[in-house]
Every structure is written in C-alpha cells, then in structure tokens.
Write a protein of this length. Structure first.
Length: 371
C-alpha cells in the first residue's frame, strides 16, 4: 500500500502537470471516471463491482468546467498540505478549510458540503488515491472482538480484553498491524444489539471466531477490516442479517461492493463471503411463529424485485450474484410470495440463547449457507 509520502508526491505531480499546461497556454483537462450506476460493472473474474471506462472531461477554459476545475485544485491542495504536515482531517474539516468567498467576488468556493464531498470523490477516482491513502478520516462505526492482537503506534491491542465492550475499528485501519489471530472464521453481524449479545455470551471464545459488526450498512473501515482478515489470514467470512431485502443487500455490500464505492471494491469487497442467515427457508425450518413475522411493506417488495431485475440497457442482471444463484432466486421469490420478513431477534422465540447455542453453530457445522 502507498505511504502518505507516496500519496503526496502523486498529488503534487498530477497538479504540477496541470499548472505547467496553464503556464504554457495549453488547455488543461482533467479526465475523471464517472461514478454512476451506468458506469458500474460486475467483474465476473474477481466477482466484485468495479468502475467502468466512461469518464467526463473537466476543462479549465470552459464556463461549465472552470468552477469545478477550481474546486478540484483547491481541495487537492488542502489534502496535499495535510499530508505534508502529517495531519489527518475529516472531509468536513477539508470543507471548512477550503470554504471562503473568492476575492473580488461574492462567490463562495463551495455552495455546501455535499458539493465538496462530490469533488473529493472525483479526486479519489481521478488520482487513484483512496481517502485512507490520503490520510483523510471518515466516520467509522464498526466494532470487533475476539482472539486477535493489533498494533497501533507501537501499542499492542488485545481484542479479547475489552470485557463486555469491543475494539472500535478506526477509519485508517490500514495503519494498524495485525500481529496475531487465533480464529477459525469471521462472523459479521448486521445489528449492533445482536453483536453485543453474542459478545456478552462470549460466542467468539466458545466458537473460536472473530465477531465484527458494521452496525447496519457498513462503513468503509469495517468492510476493509473484513477484507484484510479474509486476504491476510484466509479466514472464512459469514454474514448474519435480518430476513429481508435490506439485510440481504447489506450482505451484498460486504460480498461484492456497492455502486457508490465501486472504485474501492478491489480493497473493500470480500467475494468469498457467505450468507449465513436469516433466510426465508429458515423461517419454516426453525418454526418461527407467525406472530413473530412482520408484514413486508411496498418498499421491501420493491427492493426485493430490484435484486432480480436486469439492466434495461445492458440486459444484464444488476446484481448477478443474486440472479445467477439458484438458492438466492428461491429465497427472494419465496419472500415475494409470502410477503413477510423477520428480524434476527425472532430466534428468541426459541429461547434467548438459541441463536448462539444452536442456530449459528448448526448452520456453520452443516455448511448451511448461501453464496
């Protein structure tokens, strides 16, 4: 992985070349890959979403391009200054650092932070430098617990010594060294409440695994940590979510990536991840009482259908890992037929420890998962 010094040199070179073109009275042009659904493709070989070849050109001497051209240079300079000073700002810090009224005008450099954030992502895809490589801190919600020892700034962190708590996965998780791992697999849990229960029962100790949660839709750092554990230690990855289309999509994000971050899938997505549950067939197999099921709403049904549709332009499935899987087609169609969903907590109808003592060990032992 590139160091912060490498990132600074790359930024300097790219924008130094642009400034040289301006001095030489040449037309400077930024070529920026499009971060759109139409430019997101599924790499069948790597089994991840990735960004395509389409790009837009941002030109300095065109009225429509001069403002975003200026914003890109302004934000890139701020990132470069932070790198040179060993600072690690948030994207909000960068917004306020670069926000001002342009001298001699009443025009603000940015109208709002959303505009600044979009330009920041343009810099990522244009330079090939990711946020973490540029030392920019993002929101991190993930947590991890288990027999794993980390090192950060010379300090050793034993993730089995947090009591009822857990290690909070930092935004710049690639700056952490993983020294030791004593686990047979990684269990990724959608919900923080379920994660806390399993931690309280010390499921990770009894079953020799690492427990991780992204507390819903996972942030970049959590997904990156899961990918590292899969790559660096060859640990199987299992994902546990609610039995509904949004839970399945969370699994999908861990497994194949997301459209909005398709340019990062190569380091975030974990194509070997397997879906452990809950599935629609689980509801019958484990005899979940009907009064513990929830009626699916229109949004749920629409989302489920989206998982099976083909793109009207390419005629290819938008989510091939769902469409091309006989098991997944069966699960999604069963959901559309029954129009009910269930939360992980519905397993408590069988007893508070049924999830930890029966369901999870049994599913893993019997290889009862979906890929």
């Amino acid at each position: 992985m590139e160091t912060f010094d490498d990132a600074a040199k790359k930024l300097r070179q790219i924008f130094s070349d642009l400034s040289s073109e301006i001095v030489e009275l040449k037309q400077p042009v930024m070529r920026i890959p499009l971060r759109t659904a139409s430019n997101t493709i599924f790499d069948e070989k790597r089994e991840i979403l990735t960004i395509g070849q389409k790009a837009c050109e941002r030109r300095f001497n065109e009225m429509s391009g001069v403002r975003p051209f200026m914003q890109t240079c302004l934000l890139a300079r701020a990132i470069y200054e932070a790198l040179k000073n060993d600072d690690h700002p948030t994207i909000r810090d960068l917004y306020y650092y670069t926000l001002h009224t342009i001298e001699g005008t009443e025009v603000e450099t940015f109208n709002n932070q959303d505009e600044s954030n979009s330009i920041f992502q343009d810099i990522e895809v244009m330079t090939g430098l990711l946020r973490e490589q540029m030392g920019v801190v993002a929101e991190s919600r993930g947590a991890m617990v288990g027999e794993i020892v980390l090192e950060s700034k010379g300090n050793k962190i034993d993730c089995s010594k947090f009591g009822i708590g857990a290690f909070n996965i930092p935004s710049l998780c690639d700056q952490i060294n993983i020294l030791e791992v004593d686990a047979e697999y990684v269990l990724v849990v959608e919900k923080d409440a379920i994660f806390q229960r399993l931690n309280d029962y010390e499921y990770w100790r009894k079953n020799r695994c690492l427990l991780i949660t992204g507390k819903g839709q996972a942030d970049r750092a959590t997904r990156r940590m899961v990918r590292r554990l899969s790559d660096e230690f060859a640990l199987p990855v299992y994902v546990l979510t609610d039995a509904d289309p949004f839970g399945w999509y969370i699994y999908s994000t861990y497994r194949a990536g997301s459209i909005s971050l398709s340019y990062e899938s190569f380091r975030l997505a974990c194509p070997k991840a397997k879906f452990l549950g809950m599935s629609m067939t689980d509801l019958e197999k484990y005899e979940i009482p009907k009064d513990h099921l929830i009626k699916a709403n229109d949004v749920d049904i629409k989302r489920a259908r989206e998982l099976l549709v083909k793109d009207p332009v390419t005629k290819k499935p938008r989510y091939p890992w769902f469409c091309n899987s006989k098991q997944w087609r069966q699960e999604i169609r069963l959901f559309l037929d029954k129009k009910v969903k269930a939360e992980i907590e519905a397993k408590s109808s069988k007893g508070f420890r049924f999830l930890s003592d029966v369901y999870l060990p049994e599913k893993i032992r019997n290889k009862d998962w979906i890929k």
